[in-house]
Design a protein around this ligand. Structure first.
Ligand SMILES: NC(=O)c1ccc[n+]([C@@H]2O[C@H](COP(=O)([O-])OP(=O)(O)OC[C@H]3O[C@@H](n4cnc5c(N)ncnc54)[C@H](O)[C@@H]3O)[C@@H](O)[C@H]2O)c1
Length: 348
């Protein structure tokens, strides 16, 4: 029996080069064997990390790589559906970047394609594997926060129309193209918060509404949004996501408010380990930092690859079902619809 899963990456841009490939190379139960991207220079940046792996500009040749078990899809959002369908038809398991797709019907088709082909599908929400988020989930589940009343997320960045990822010199900024991204700051950033909060609180969000803005940039997608919602258990949620928030500001915060304690995770949302998790006691106001042993504070991408690979090696389902990801897609769509719907304006 195999002791490692052979991975290929479809789409070798920013997230693949800086986080996914290093995560696969670091996971003890995974190997990176093939790459595919229409841009050979994008692949070259990854082959430099581990020379000798196969790289293909043609999808069919990539999918025929001998021994390829699983495919990580890291392309612009509109390609997630056709590439998932092609990889599933070729019998490959799939971990696909968020958002699953630009519209829910595409996401549903992806899940059906994987089910029909008897391959596993997972959405790559790396933040589920951030060590401080896992500690926070355990604290919430243990009752240490008391009755959870509210959850808040602020997740934002600065994304002008000519935005270039931190470690790249040139970039085709598809994120502000509605056809390829499916929207702007909201569809890019809100999926992380919706997924994470439902997982940490341990309840589905069942009601959502939102307002969008185009305040700073002139591109045809939202550059900021607020979302409010309600969990099944009655806890409320608020979220502010933005492309118009200067990177120098505090802009990555997740808070869970309970009757016994409040948890504040700062600089934990994103692609990296680190940040801080602080608990404030409801009776005394005293705060203490939840410390994570250095050895456990791994790249969330590495931990995610290790978890998905292990599920495949064990023949077990991945811990996060496609159905929960479809629920998140439906929430995004409901919230977007409300953003274009009825507004109550105070006029005088
Ligand atoms: N989890 C996170 O924190 C995180 C961070 C960044 C991006 N993402 C997601 O990852 C995905 C990729 O984002 P990015 O920032 O890396 O984009 P990017 O533009 O840097 O890279 C995309 C790559 O896909 C390639 N590509 C285009 N068409 C292709 C095709 N048909 N087959 C294979 N490759 C193709 C492009 O040439 C490019 O190299 C998006 O879905 C995005 O939402 C997630």
């Amino acid at each position: 029996m195999n002791s490692k899963i052979n991975w290929g990456i479809l789409g070798c841009g920013w997230v693949a080069r800086d986080y996914v490939a290093p995560g696969i190379l670091a996971a003890s139960n995974a190997c990176l064997v093939a790459l595919s991207d229409p841009d050979p220079s994008a692949m070259a940046a990854i082959t430099a990390l581990s020379p000798g792996m196969a790289s293909y500009t043609e999808l069919d040749r990539f999918l025929q790589t001998p021994g390829l078990d699983a495919v990580y899809i890291a392309t612009p959002n509109h390609l997630h559906r056709p590439l998932t369908e092609a990889a599933a038809r070729a019998g490959k398991h799939i971990l696909c970047e968020k958002p699953m797709a630009t519209i829910t019907t595409d996401a549903e088709a992806m899940v059906s394609a994987c089910r029909d082909a008897c391959v596993q599908y997972g959405t790559a929400f790396d933040q589920r594997f951030q060590a401080r988020h896992r500690a926070l989930k355990d604290l919430a589940a243990s009752g240490a926060l008391g009755t959870i009343t509210a959850a808040r997320v602020h997740y934002a960045c600065w994304t002008p129309s000519d935005w270039v990822p931190p470690t790249q010199s040139a970039h085709d900024n598809w994120r502000v193209d509605p056809a390829r991204a499916g929207g702007g700051a909201f569809i890019d950033l809100a999926p992380h918060g919706l997924d994470l909060l439902q997982w940490i609180v341990g309840e589905q969000i069942i009601e959502v509404g939102s307002l969008f803005q185009r305040r700073v940039f002139e591109y045809p997608v939202d550059d900021g949004a607020v979302l409010m919602g309600r969990f099944e258990n009655g806890a409320l949620l608020t979220m502010n996501v933005a492309y118009n928030c200067p990177d120098a500001f505090p802009r990555r915060t997740l808070e869970i408010v309970g009757t016994e304690a409040m948890a504040i995770a700062f600089n934990t949302m994103g692609q990296t380990p680190g940040g801080s998790l602080t608990l404030v006691n409801a009776k005394t106001g005293a705060s203490r930092e939840v410390l994570i042993p250095e050895a456990d504070d791994l790249s969330p991408f590495q931990s995610q690859i290790a978890a998905f690979s292990q599920a495949l090696l064990d023949g077990a389902p991945f811990a996060f079902t496609p159905e929960r990801d479809l629920h998140t897609m439906r929430l995004l769509e409901m919230a977007s619809a409300s953003a274009g719907g009825v507004r109550i304006a105070i006029t005088g």
